[in-house]
Write a protein that binds this ligand. Structure first.
Ligand code: NDP
Ligand code: GDR
Length: 360
């Protein structure tokens, strides 16, 4: 039986990956942080009491800022595979806590790699590093000739998060080259799901659309509606993480859908799932979305009601305007083809949020 260790197991991706690996027959260990209230909602359904027999999913307290803790856990578990998903992952928040992000997202990656080296596991343990499309920074001139970002496109990060992650990227490449470790970067473009954190834009939108339709919220305040993102489903993306570690040679891969959508169009799509058609009027900070029509008898709002407004507090000091990834290498070498497109993703998220608020 293979043994895997996941940092960030309580997050969106960690929870889907843990489910995926358990289904594949792995013994799965996860590192969770101590918090004053429960932070395991996304994994409670797969957790079994340790007193039961044959428990395949185990949690350990730990933190990516604590080397001794990481060394002890890795020594105890002797994992075949480590998925380093733990990170302060919010781009806007990284402007508020840049030093913490550098420590966790950047040096945290080094701590994992060094632990493997110190423990003499360089030939046994394969490592997946959660790299990101934020490394590209969305610069027009850095796209490839087809108009996408691929494994060879130059990086130009635009946030403390992106800068910390670029260290994680390069230290992973360096340890692979210097010590022959099986260490790989997955350069993943945005991926979402009903488990997405509530302050990322897609989930913020689907939750608000559901609440507004149900009469539980008045207005949704957003920042920049003009950026574009290549959105996939987290379930598809965790499969790619696993595939990357099953290859003969350690390499880095872009994981993306190859399609991009304006934030504004995701808002439109989410409300339309509930039969609510929106009209966007005005520009920049004065832009608003008004209800144009309501075709679903269950969700009737006054025509002309302003449901989306702009709050510049959500603007970022430096923005990544456009992300679109070229998944050709993953399609061909990993035979990875995503099952979800952005419309299916949006539908699943909105339905899940409607159910959530109906239950409350
Ligand atoms: P989440 O924010 O949902 O989860 C992050 C996880 O990291 C949580 O389990 C969190 O714990 C944990 N964590 C945060 N700080 C620390 C720390 N100091 N020590 C240990 N664990 C910590 O992120 P996602 O699941 O969306 O993303 C997973 C990884 O992939 C991240 O590294 C992210 O940067 C990267 N990524 C994500 C993309 C996306 O679109 N989702 C795209 C590209 C890369 P807690 O629950 O206690 O907060
Ligand atoms: P991103 O995701 O920064 O791409 O990072 P996020 O959903 O936060 O923002 C996407 C775009 O939407 C714009 N936006 C808003 N964003 C948020 N969060 N809240 C708002 O109110 C709002 N209004 C407009 C943003 O300006 C941005 O252009 C995610 C994270 O998961 C990272 O960890 C990961 O590395 C990258 O995706 C790939």
């Amino acid at each position: 039986m293979k043994v895997a260790l996941i940092t960030g197991v309580t997050g969106q991706d960690g929870s889907y990956l843990a489910e995926f690996l358990l289904e594949k027959g792995y013994e799965v260990h996860g590192i969770k942080r101590r918090a004053s209230s429960f932070n395991t909602q996304r994994i409670d359904h797969i957790f079994r009491d340790l007193h039961e027999k044959n428990v395949k999913f185990k949690l350990h307290y730990g933190d990516l800022t604590d080397s001794t803790n990481l060394i002890r856990i890795i020594q105890e578990i002797q994992p075949d595979e480590i998925y380093n998903l733990g990170a302060m992952s919010h781009v806007k928040v990284s402007f508020d806590s840049p030093e913490y992000v550098a420590n966790t997202d950047g040096i945290g990656t080094l701590r994992i790699l060094e632990a493997i080296r110190i423990l003499g596991l360089t030939k046994k343990t394969r490592i997946y590093q959660a790299s990101t499309s934020e490394l590209y920074g969305g610069l027009e001139k850095n796209k490839n000739e087809k108009g996408f970002y691929d494994e060879n496109s130059p990086f130009y990060p635009r946030s403390p998060y992106g800068v910390a992650k670029i260290y994680g990227y390069w230290i992973t490449v360096n340890y692979r080259e210097a010590y022959g470790m099986f260490a790989c970067n997955g350069i993943l473009f945005n991926h979402e799901s009903p488990r997405r954190g509530e302050t990322f834009v897609t989930r913020k939108i689907t939750m608000a659309a559901a609440k507004i339709a149900l009469g539980l919220q008045d207005v949704l305040y957003l920042g920049n509606l003009n950026s574009q993102r290549d959105w996939g489903h987290a379930k598809d993306y965790v499969e790619a993480m696993w595939l990357i570690l099953q290859q003969e040679k350690p390499e880095d891969y872009v994981i993306a859908t190859g399609k991009t959508t304006y934030i504004r169009d995701f808002v439109r799509m989410a409300f339309l799932e509930l039969g609510i058609e929106l009209d966007f009027v005005g520009e920049a900070e004065n832009e608003v979305a008004k209800v144009k029509s309501c075709s679903n008898a269950e969700y009737q709002l006054p025509i002309g009601k302003e449901v989306v407004k702009i709050d510049p507090a959500y603007y970022r000091p430096t923005e990544v305007d456009l992300l679109i990834g070229d998944p050709t290498k993953a399609n061909t070498k990993l035979s990875w083809i995503p099952k979800y497109d952005v419309k299916m993703l949006c539908k699943e998220m909105i339905n899940s949020d409607i159910e959530l608020f109906l239950r409350k």
